[in-house]
Write a protein that binds this ligand. Structure first.
Ligand SMILES: *[C@@H]1O[C@H](CO)[C@@H](O)[C@H](O)[C@H]1NC(C)=O
Ligand SMILES: *[C@@H]1O[C@H](CO)[C@@H](O)[C@H](O)[C@H]1NC(C)=O
Length: 178
């Protein structure tokens, strides 16, 4: 025997069905990976500072005297311009403790500037806010003893930094791997 619902109940269920069908996830916008550029990694063993920049001239200046940074290759690839799917990776610096700090968190920027005495130096590049579009986690570590923030996409490098006294500060953005 065919079961038939009263018309009013049927229309109520139909509207519930429509509500459930509304997508709950944000659309993913992928930028063309060909537009991404190397985020160069440098280190100064005298003042114990990891420094990251996409600007080749700035990297060359950092290596030259009197700054004395050493090239440590490329952290990964980031986008030089804003995009629909990406967010700014802010760059900050505390000249007293010689520490470059990078974060995608606006509240992290506010804290660093207002509480920890950092200066906002701009945007290092544009990165993904989630693991999407082929991007991988950018791990953030900090050594209070060396007053140094260190960033890497390598889980092995993260673990060896932790063994060397850095604390694990989680993931701060997602970048295109080398
Ligand atoms: C790159 O760095 C140099 C040296 O600091 C600076 O003069 C130049 O304006 C920078 N270029 C960009 C695109 O930021
Ligand atoms: C950053 O530098 C300021 C001086 O410019 C200093 O007072 C402050 O302690 C430094 N921040 C940290 C976290 O050491």
């Amino acid at each position: 025997m065919r079961f038939s619902l009263p018309a009013t109940l049927f229309s109520a269920l139909a509207s519930v069905g429509v509500a459930v069908a509304v997508p709950t996830t944000q659309p993913v916008y992928c930028e063309p990976t060909s537009a991404a550029v190397p985020l160069l990694r440098l280190y100064n063993p005298t003042v114990l500072d990891h420094f990251y920049t996409t600007n080749v001239t700035e990297a060359n200046n950092a290596v030259a005297a009197p700054q004395g940074y050493t090239r440590e290759g490329t952290a990964g690839l980031v986008f030089p311009s804003p995009g629909t799917g990406t967010v700014p990776l802010y760059r900050l610096y505390n000249a007293t403790i010689f520490d470059h700090f990078y974060t995608i968190s606006a509240s992290g920027v506010d804290f660093a500037v207002q509480v920890a005495g950092y200066t906002l130096e701009g945007v290092a590049g544009y990165v993904y806010p989630a693991q999407e579009c082929g991007a991988v986690p950018l791990y953030r570590l900090y050594s209070a003893q060396q007053t140094d923030h260190f960033y890497t996409t390598s889980a092995a490098d993260r673990d060896s930094a932790i063994s060397g006294g850095y604390s694990d500060e989680g993931v701060d953005g997602y970048i295109i791997p080398n």
